[in-house]
Design a protein around this ligand. Structure first.
Ligand code: ATP
Length: 361
């Protein structure tokens, strides 16, 4: 397994002369540490597969370099990069048994027979495939076939990295839940560098130690699930991660105060120096805006509706033109006039200038 460095890496399917804004991957410099479990998360079309294909060598970058353990591998073919890949749909040999399928990537590289057998047993055990080892793959369900694909991706211990491109898309929802946690356990057990592409935040947050969030061809934040939740570096991350996502509301900010539609919210830090002319917004997660009975000193807001998500209830409220999602405490009933007070947790109110997090002092 390897440490992977991306150095000013960028790609345009329209060639290097295309307008910078049209690049499928805008320039990125970052390090993926050896043995890390990474998720590459973002909506459809944000550039996840492009970045994954650049790392695997399926796509040649328009600019920049990729280093594995410090060595420039940009000119190398996919085969020479020593990468294992698992795709959305099963890639297996139907005529072979499950065991032969798992053994194939090892035999192909001349690994001694005893080692092949031991490793196949280990992977089959980890993926609950031992019972099927002697069965022809063609007789198995689509779910089992995709498990074999996962096994083939994980069977070699000498790869620089294992890349997964939405590998659970075709899996039945119940098994998907189990496999998500299983992949996390497999990462701990096998100690491989893994990069897992998905547009599903639950999948990303369950699997990864580090989640790399992409938006419009850019890496906008790379951090632990807790960092992405507690301190989104970009308004997109706040909005995209969480359910419901972060409230992002235009505000006027000075010192320790934010004003929304003339109402004041206290801030934990001082924002005396904000870039002149920047579009300022505040971001606060619905979990940190509480609904209470109207009272002096509280912002008053009108409830538009309540969404009951089973595990929690969230109210959609309005203050002037600004709309918020706010947590509804257990047992709270909506007053006849729909008016409530809002309690903000100042430690969790963030300030953004042109969509980027501003650190207060
Ligand atoms: P999805 O989750 O839908 O697969 P993604 O985040 O993986 O999306 P990419 O597939 O990397 O995104 O696509 C990024 C951008 O590059 C999109 O605008 C897409 O239309 C474009 N694109 C992808 N592949 C090609 C290609 N072979 N030729 C031209 N444009 C492409």
């Amino acid at each position: 397994m390897a440490r992977i460095d991306l150095v000013d890496l960028a790609h345009s399917y329209g060639g290097n002369d295309a307008a910078p804004e049209s690049f499928a991957l805008k320039p990125v410099t970052m390090t993926w540490r050896q043995g890390g479990a990474y998720a590459l998360l973002g909506p459809s079309g944000c550039g996840k597969t492009t970045l994954l294909n650049l790392i695997s060598g399926i796509v040649t970058p328009s600019r920049g370099k990729i280093l594995f353990d410090g060595a420039d591998i940009t000119p190398l073919s996919t085969q020479k990069r020593n990468i294992a890949q698992v795709f959305q749909f099963p890639v297996i040999y139907d005529t072979m048994t499950v065991g032969q399928n798992l053994a194939f990537p090892l035999q192909n590289r001349g690994v001694p027979k005893s080692e092949v057998e031991a490793r196949v047993r280990q992977i089959a055990d980890l993926l609950d495939l031992t019972f099927y080892l002697d069965r022809k793959a063609t007789r198995l369900t689509a779910d089992a076939k995709q498990k074999i694909s996962l096994g083939r991706g994980l069977v070699r211990s000498d790869v620089a990295a294992v890349l997964f491109d939405e590998p659970l898309t075709v899996i039945d929802p119940e098994l998907k839940w189990q496999l998500r946690s299983k992949l996390k356990a497999l990462h701990r057990e096998l100690d491989l560098t893994m990069i897992y592409v998905t547009h599903d935040q639950t999948e990303a947050l369950t699997f990864a130690d580090t989640v790399v969030v992409m938006h419009d061809g850019r890496v906008v934040q790379s951090g632990t699930p807790a960092e992405l939740f507690d301190k989104p570096a970009h308004t997109f991350v706040g909005y995209f991660i969480g359910s419901p996502g972060m409230n992002i509301v235009p505000a006027v900010v000075s010192g320790h105060e934010a004003r929304i539609d003339g109402h004041i919210i206290g801030l934990h830090r001082n924002y005396g120096v904000l870039p002149a002319g920047a579009k300022i917004e505040i971001g606060v997660r619905p979990e940190f805006v509480n609904i209470a009975a109207p009272a002096s000193g509280l912002l008053s807001a009108a409830i538009e509706r309540i969404d009951d998500l089973g595990r929690a209830r969230f109210a959609r409220v309005r203050i002037g033109d600004a709309k918020f999602a706010a947590r509804v405490p257990p047992g709270f009933s909506v007053p006849d006039d729909n008016m409530v007070g809002l309690v903000f947790d100042p430690a969790h109110v963030h300030v953004y200038a042109d969509s980027r997090l501003v650190e207060g002092v």
